[in-house]
Design a protein around this ligand. Structure first.
Ligand code: CUA
Length: 160
């Protein structure tokens, strides 16, 4: 192996590549402890039936414990049902969404919430709302003519 030699420039690039990979790994590990939430695949709804099956037939927000809420929403052409959700500041909200028609999306500004909503499937994602105010949400998957009017808001009310 007397002829084996790595050029200093090549060595530099190899070290830089390894450092970048390590940095990405650390970023993933760190975000796992700071509210990183992958969209989960929670279950299935028979295609076309999400508009009639509970809890999506009458979408609602349920309090499951102190400051813990579950919100059930339908994303459909071309609205969210419901299109307004109210929770007190400091709440952790788990969203469950499904679609009775075509593929939609659900993105809430200033949060980690950004999921696709696929017909026949239930998407699940959790976020915490500490700051009072309005957090608009919208459909971020093109779903037809009135895609652009598909929006709503989470109203986070100050604690009294
Ligand atoms: Cu629903 Cu775009």
């Amino acid at each position: 192996m007397s002829g084996f030699r790595v050029d200093p420039y090549e060595k530099g690039w190899m070290l830089a590549s390894a450092a970048i990979l390590l940095l990405f790994l650390l970023a993933v590990a760190a975000s796992a402890f700071y509210g990183f939430s992958l969209p989960g695949h929670e279950g299935r709804v028979a295609p076309g039936r999400s508009a009639v099956e509970p809890p999506f037939a009458n979408p609602l927000v349920v309090e499951r414990g102190p400051g813990r809420y579950e919100a059930y929403l339908r994303a459909q052409v071309w609205a969210f049902v419901p299109n307004e959700i109210r929770v007190p500041a400091g709440s952790t909200v788990t969203f469950y969404l499904t679609s009775p028609d075509v593929q939609h999306g659900f993105l809430i500004e200033r949060t980690n919430v950004n999921v696709m909503v696929v017909p026949g499937q239930v998407s699940k994602i959790t976020s915490r709302f500490d700051e009072p105010g309005e957090y608009r949400f919208l459909c971020q998957e093109y779903c037809g003519l009135a895609h652009h009017v598909m929006f709503g808001k989470v109203v986070v009310e100050p604690r009294s």
